[in-house]
Design a protein around this ligand. Structure first.
Ligand SMILES: *Cc1c(COP(=O)(O)O)cnc(C)c1O
Length: 360
């Protein structure tokens, strides 16, 4: 067996961290005796009730294994195959789900919108919908936004409301990819209902994994009619867990005493420290406003290579030289300092900036 790499915490992704203590404890607690399968158990009921309490509304809740399933199955339930789904051009739905939304909706076309900082511009929604209104083109049916966005920015309540109104006016339903919904709520300091159903969101994919659970995201239908036969959709796609209590129980641990928000706040705060530190290093250029738990920056090639040599992993999928650093529920200030210290040292030595800048 390959030896297991050092367990050093990284900034590669918020899914690289482990299970937070609250989720772990709830999982352990649920591991006793027998419980009915397929969601017909007390843990699942309690977790769904806690989500209803959190959103202060009587929504329908389903637990599936991951975010791709949550997004693609919920999107499929909002439209027919001859419809289209509008999302930002860098939306996870478009770039990171291997065509699952199209697959599960039997071919619904995904149309791409633009907008600064990874956020959809309402004008682009209107343009896309009005571009073609004839029978030869798929009919726009769903607007999907990501909160927090793929580049770590956050839609304000006002922005979500405006998009919600635009969607309503144009006859679109609204879907929210909330893989990092907790980080958005923490960043905005609003109640979860404020930026979802009160602003026009019909269905939210509420991420648990990146917030600290082991597996399992929740699909929250505020518009209950749209949840019609969603259970069949889950079963058919292999997303109905037979031991459902183990998908649901961690949510109890996350929600009942506010761990979900505490962890999101913590991760956001770590990202803020990281962003501030990086900003002060010559040669490092931050790419987007830091609003959630990520920092995006352009680093010179030699610095990136040096960081890799020192054992740091991070993704570089945003443009040329654009690096993404993600913080998690367990990221410590020491982790941030260690990363910054290596970055400053390598940046000072980078040919572009000379070795005598004294940037440390
Ligand atoms: C991580 C993520 C998801 C879910 O991805 P899975 O790997 O399928 O759990 C969905 N949307 C966004 C924006 C994400 O970052």
């Amino acid at each position: 067996m390959k030896t297991i790499e050092s367990s050093r915490r990284q900034f590669a992704s918020d899914n690289n961290s482990g299970i937070c203590p609250e989720a772990w404890e709830a999982l352990r607690e649920s591991n006793q005796g027998h419980a009915r399968g397929y969601g017909d158990d007390q843990w699942t009921e309690k977790a769904a009730d806690l989500i209803r309490d959190l959103f202060e509304t009587d929504c329908e809740v389903f637990f599936v294994f991951n975010g791709t399933a949550a997004n693609s199955l919920s999107l499929a339930s909002l439209c027919q195959s001859y419809h289209s789904i509008l999302c930002h051009e860098i939306a996870h739905v478009e770039t990171d789900e291997c065509g699952a939304p199209e697959f599960f909706s039997n071919g619904t076309k995904v149309l791409l919108l633009s907008g600064a900082n990874g956020k959809i511009d309402p004008a682009s929604v209107e343009q896309m919908v009005n571009r073609r209104t004839d029978i030869h083109y798929p009919k726009p049916r769903v607007l999907s936004l990501t909160q927090a966005s793929e580049v770590g920015t956050v839609y304000s309540p006002e922005e979500v409301r405006t998009l919600g109104q635009t969607a309503r006016t144009l006859g679109l339903r609204m879907h929210m990819d909330g893989a990092r919904f907790a980080n958005a709520v923490a960043s905005l300091g609003v109640s979860p209902g404020e930026i979802t159903w009160k602003a026009g969101v019909d269905v939210l994919c509420f991420g648990g994994t990146k917030n600290g659970t082991h597996v399992g995201d929740a699909v929250v239908f505020f518009n209950r009619d749209l949840a019609h036969e969603f259970d069949y959709r889950c079963k058919q796609s292999g997303q109905l867990a037979s031991k459902m209590r183990f998908l649901a129980a961690p949510w109890i641990g996350m929600l009942q005493e506010g761990a979900w928000l505490r962890h999101a706040n913590h991760a956001n705060h770590a990202a803020e420290l990281l962003a501030k530190g990086m900003q002060a290093i010559p040669g490092v250029k931050l790419l987007f406003p830091r609003q959630a738990n990520s920092v995006f920056a352009e680093l010179p090639e030699t610095v990136r290579a040096g960081m890799r040599e020192r054992g740091w992993f991070f993704y570089t999928f945003i443009g040329r030289g654009g690096c993404r650093m993600m913080c998690s529920w367990d990221t410590t200030e020491e982790d941030v300092r260690a990363f910054l210290s290596d970055l400053a040292e390598l940046s000072a030595g980078s040919p572009k900036h000379g070795s005598d800048t004294g940037s440390r």
